[in-house]
Write a protein that binds this ligand. Structure first.
Ligand code: SAM
Length: 309
């Protein structure tokens, strides 16, 4: 007996491999073709009533297979180990909310955004911005298959965005220097001495597009506060928001030390709110250690309860 995830993956994989072999296209372009067939009901996987997580996981497996063959580091999809943990925080902090608007300004394949949208019980709708044509196409098709309410924009997210402020921003930020120095000049976080960091500018752009009191969940380089441009970043965060938490992921989930990331949770300042009582600084234990993970989640729950008093 094959599971729904296996059946869907096999369907996408067969169609993608066929395209890859026949039409000198890449496997990822084949995935776009396979999803198109499915959406237009020209060919569909033989599954009974798949749920949203099954569809997301199967599409994710196919995209991962395609990315192994081609993707650059900065285009890589956010892995589930990280996405599921971010959803846990979003769920905890969104308790009591009826509706949630979400923005991911570096949407990629949409895997992180959809992991969160699938996990939160709240009614939600989202905006995604992505510069890469193939990735945004995959994100649009997956969003449609999952019947999520999403509006996507293919553009440089650091140029002006026609998106009203949202409740939360969630993003696995592209890391490195931002080449468009003219656009960088519009940002407080531009660097005068060297090229500006894209991930810093993304944080500023996100802060602009979140409502006062709204939360921002960023996956950032683990060394973000250790660079030459960090002092300016600190100043910016202090002026505009509050650091809620810095969560370090275990090194084992990253291929190299340089790729290690942390989850930085910020809140945009609001006159109606107070700064958090305590900033949560935590290290995620080895994720296969069940007991340690339970303790970690307990720690988060206690922090969250204290913080929301
Ligand atoms: N969370 C995504 C997922 O699950 O697929 C992965 C995000 S990936 C780490 C960062 C993304 O930012 C890449 O897809 C890259 O193309 C996009 N990006 C880089 N610079 C950008 C820009 N200036 N504007 C919009 N998107 C950009």
């Amino acid at each position: 007996m094959h599971t729904n995830v296996e059946q869907i993956f096999t369907f996408i994989d067969q169609e993608s491999t066929f395209i890859e072999e026949q039409q000198s296209a890449t496997y990822l372009e084949g995935v776009v073709y396979a999803l198109e067939l499915w959406l237009e009901e020209k060919k569909v996987p033989t599954v009974y009533n798949p749920d949203k997580e099954q569809i997301r996981k199967a599409v994710q497996l196919a995209i991962l297979k395609g990315m192994k063959k081609s993707a650059q580091v900065n285009h890589q999809m956010t892995p589930d180990a990280i996405g599921l943990l971010v959803s846990y925080f979003v769920k905890e902090m969104a308790k009591g909310k009826k509706e949630l608007s979400i923005l991911d300004p570096a949407l990629g394949t949409g895997n992180l955004l959809y992991t969160i949208m699938n996990a939160i019980p709240t009614e939600n709708y989202a905006f995604g911005v992505e510069i890469d044509e193939l990735l945004i196409q995959l994100a649009a098709q997956t969003g449609e298959l999952l019947t999520h309410d999403v509006q996507l924009f293919r553009q440089d997210a650091l140029k002006p965005l026609l998106i009203d402020p949202v409740d939360i921003v969630v993003s696995d930020l592209p890391v490195g220097f931002y080449p468009d120095e003219e656009t960088a000049q519009d940002y407080f976080l531009q660097s005068k001495d060297e090229m500006s960091y894209a991930h810093h500018l993304f944080m500023e752009q996100s802060m602009k597009h979140v409502k006062p009191g709204g939360y921002l969940y960023f996956l950032v380089p683990a060394t973000i506060f250790e660079t030459k441009q960090a002092a300016q970043l600190h100043k910016f965060i202090k002026e505009q928001g509050w650091i809620q938490a810095v969560i370090q992921f275990p090194s084992s989930i990253f291929k190299t030390k340089g790729q290690e990331k942390s989850l930085l949770i910020l809140q945009k300042k609001s006159e109606a709110l107070k700064a958090p009582r305590e900033v949560l600084l935590a290290k995620v234990p080895n994720m296969s250690n069940k007991e340690a993970m339970e303790l970690f989640f307990q720690k988060i729950d206690i922090w969250q309860e204290e913080n929301s008093k």
